[in-house]
Design a protein around this ligand. Structure first.
Ligand SMILES: [Zn+2]
Length: 66
């Protein structure tokens, strides 16, 4: 049996066809999470430089400190 953790409340959710709101445990948690996204509460960390006029090849980060 596969279980996942509800992203909102960390409760374990059984990943099955009957889990309508997976990976959330309930509609409520799903709504909360979507609301958080709309809110901007979840800031996606962006290390991208603001310049994207030049479409250079991607450099995989190989920083040994991370
Ligand atoms: Zn939940």
């Amino acid at each position: 049996m596969t279980t996942v953790k509800c992203p909102t409340c960390q409760k374990e959710v059984v990943w099955s066809k009957t889990a309508l709101y997976r990976p959330f445990c309930s509609e409520r948690c799903r709504t909360i999470d979507l609301g958080a996204w709309a809110d901007g509460s979840y800031a996606i960390p962006s290390n991208e430089p603001p310049e994207d006029e030049e479409d250079e090849e991607q450099h995989p980060k190989t920083d040994p400190e991370e």
